[in-house]
Structure formats: structure tokens, C-alpha cells
Ligand binder design. Structure first.
Ligand code: MRU
Length: 361
């Protein structure tokens, strides 16, 4: 792990030729970063569901990859050799994994792709299991490739300026949130490698601090200059002319381009518009939900109030108050300059016409 360019949050590992029996998934425990770099071994699908719920693995594409492996682990645990019974039990595995987190559509996309593969594959149950492992590995490898393409396309649409760019990002849409390399941070990474980046400004991203902990950690690993600011400082930085462009990731994009991403993204889009600063969303096609017409239909996860009232062992608030803790918000399409996908940058209004037919599941 010499560079965040080589950080892979979800790794399939097998020490025996009999992968079906002995393989396991290694997850970077993102709840411990940046203090500690530790791996968690996952052998069973229930443990994968738990890892997604507790955010050991998080970030929309990484959740999709983890869920795909979770489907395989679940398939491996099914004892029957009867195909119909196997598919019934696999649906139960899918139900459990679907119930982990509601907003990031990559989760559902990956589970559906695994189920579709199982239904379409002919042959004995053992063969189905082998194909499911291969499919999960493909989803993983494809996402890595996709992120690099997003990075390259992003580089083409960043504002042209003789000066190097100062990019603001929110949450963590980096290697840790994907199969590797990242979406928004993939664009940042490509800008850095292309000598077009002066500095990243990372919103700390209350309440879980993915910006302060994870984005900052990735940048430090790679020597990318990074300044962490608290979320309420972004407008001030824009007003002072410190930000040239905003690039964020996405958890689910509706057909009209409305984009759900980490809570606070909408405020960043509004202040970027007020300061005439381009606001890009970087996301793979698997994050676009063409079944949803607009952002009002995107389910927004609400997480436990302890994420707000507690930091470590310290209680921040008096008892007796109430809390509201939505994990995501929806940025309306009209605030988004373009959505950078593996097929290039697309205006939100053109999303359906240009990309719907390319989606795989
Ligand atoms: O709650 P999280 O940490 O899973 O939320 C992550 C985000 O909101 C990311 O910005 C998004 O998933 C894009 S990751 C490439």
C-alpha cells in the first residue's frame, strides 16, 4: 500500500485452487481510518451485510462490489443441488443484502446483475456458483476500469486555465469508495497526474467525517496537496476566490439528472452556483437509476442519531433534544454542470437519450 492509487477496499482472496470453498473477501475497515489501516475477513454473506450496514465498506460503487461478493458467499453457503431451490435461496440472500442501505443504487444494480446471471446460466448448481464468483470479480474489475475512464474524461472538462486548479470535493468518492482510483477523487487524481492540480479542498463531511478522515488519508498517501475545511467554510472559500471547480460523487442519479450524494452536497451546489463555479458529478453508469424519473423518488437513508450527538466517547448535546440525521440529499439537475461518466461528460438533460441504452442490468 505505497500509494492510494493502489488502494483496493474490496479484495477477493483465495489461497487454494478450490476457490469455491476457501476464498474470502478482505475489506479495508474504513471505520478505523486514518488512525489504523486494518483488514476485515469476510467468509459469509451475513458478515458482508453487517460490513455494509456498519460502513466498514462504504461509497456507492464499493458497496456494489461488496454486495456482488456477498451474493457469491451466500450462494456458496447454499447446500442444495436442486437448481430451483438454489435460486429460491439465492433470492433470500439478495433480500438480506438489499436491506443493508437504501440510497446507493449500485447495491441493487450489483445484486440484480448477480441474480440475472444465476437465472441465465445453465448447468449444475456448482457451475452456477463458479459463474457467480466470476461475475463478482468482473464487477470489481469493471469498476476499477470505469473509474480510470471517469478520471480521464474529467480531465477533459475541467476548466481550462493557465493556473493549476483548486478543486473542492465533498465526502469521499475516492479509491476507498469504489473498486479503486475513485470517481470524484479519480478526476482529482487524474488532474494531479496530469499536472493540472494545485490543491484539493476536502469538506470534512459531518457527521461521519468521510472528507476529513478518508479523502484526506487518500490524498496524503499519494502526496496530493489537501486542505481540510469544515463544511460551513466552503462558501467563504468560494467568496475568497479559493475554489475553481467542485467535483463530487453520487449515490443515485435519477433519469433527469437529479443527484443524491452525501448530505451537504446540495448546499455546496447552491453556493457554487452563487459564485459561478462549475459543479461536476462524477459517477459510473451503474449509479444512474433510469427507473426513477426525478430525485423526489430517491430513498434517503436516515442513520442513528448517535452520529450527531456523540464524537468518540464525548456527548455533544444535552439530553432531551431530538435529532434528524439524513445521510444523503438530492442536488437538483439544474445546479449540475455535467455528469462525468465512463462514456464522457453528459449534461443532466441528455442523460437518458445518451446513456440509457448502454446500461447492462
Ligand atoms: O455514506 P457513504 O460514506 O457510503 O456515502 C458516500 C458518498 O456519498 C459518496 O460521495 C458516493 O457514494 C460516491 S462514492 C464514489
Amino acid at each position: 500500500m505505497s500509494s492510494a492509487n493502489h488502494v483496493y477496499p474490496v479484495i477477493w482472496q483465495s489461497e487454494s485452487p478450490d476457490e469455491a470453498l476457501n476464498g474470502r473477501v478482505l475489506l479495508i475497515d474504513q471505520t478505523r481510518l486514518p488512525k489504523e489501516y486494518a483488514m476485515v475477513d469476510i467468509h459469509r454473506y451475513e458478515d458482508m451485510a453487517w460490513a455494509i450496514e456498519t460502513m466498514i465498506v462504504r461509497g456507492a460503487p464499493a458497496i456494489g462490489v461488496a454486495a456482488a461478493y456477498g451474493m457469491y458467499l451466500g450462494a456458496r453457503e447454499i447446500k442444495t443441488r436442486d437448481r430451483t431451490e438454489f435460486l429460491t435461496q439465492l433470492e433470500q440472500v439478495a433480500q438480506r443484502l438489499r436491506a443493508t442501505r437504501p440510497t446507493a443504487v449500485n447495491l441493487f444494480w450489483a445484486i440484480d446483475r448477480m441474480l440475472k446471471t444465476a437465472h441465465q446460466t445453465l448447468g449444475p448448481v456448482d457451475y452456477l456458483k463458479q459463474i457467480l464468483l466470476e461475475t463478482a470479480q468482473n464487477i470489481n474489475a469493471e469498476d476499477l476500469k470505469t473509474c480510470r475512464q471517469i478520471g480521464n474524461h474529467g480531465l477533459q472538462v475541467l476548466p481550462s486555465s493557465p493556473q493549476k486548479l483548486r478543486i473542492l470535493t465533498h465526502c469521499n468518492a475516492g479509491a476507498l469508495a469504489t473498486a479503486g482510483y475513485g470517481t470524484a477523487l479519480g478526476v482529482v487524481r487524474s488532474a494531479w497526474l496530469g499536472d493540472r492540480l494545485e490543491r484539493v479542498y476536502a469538506d470534512e463531511t459531518r457527521p461521519r467525517l468521510q472528507g476529513a478522515k478518508l479523502t484526506a488519508w487518500e490524498c496524503v498517501q499519494e502526496g496530493i496537496p489537501v486542505t481540510v475545511i469544515t463544511d460551513n467554510m466552503a462558501a467563504h472559500c468560494m467568496q475568497r476566490g479559493m475554489i475553481d471547480v467542485v467535483v463530487v460523487g453520487a449515490d443515485r442519479i435519477a433519469a433527469n439528472g437529479d443527484t443524491a450524494n452525501k448530505i451537504g452536497t446540495y448546499s455546496v451546489a447552491l453556493i457554487a452556483r452563487a459564485h459561478n463555479i462549475p459543479f461536476f458529478v462524477a459517477a459510473p453508469l451503474s449509479t444512474i437509476d433510469f427507473a426513477i424519473a426525478d430525485g423526489s423518488q430517491i430513498p434517503i437513508e436516515e442513520r442513528h442519531s448517535s452520529e450527531i450527538y456523540q464524537v468518540g466517547e464525548t456527548m455533544l448535546c444535552p439530553s432531551g433534544v431530538e435529532f434528524y440525521n439524513p445521510a444523503f440529499d438530492v442536488t437538483p439537475a439544474n445546479l449540475i454542470t455535467a455528469i462525468i461518466t465512463e462514456y464522457g461528460a453528459v449534461a443532466p438533460a441528455d442523460l437518458k437519450a445518451k446513456l440509457a441504452s448502454r446500461q447492462m442490468v
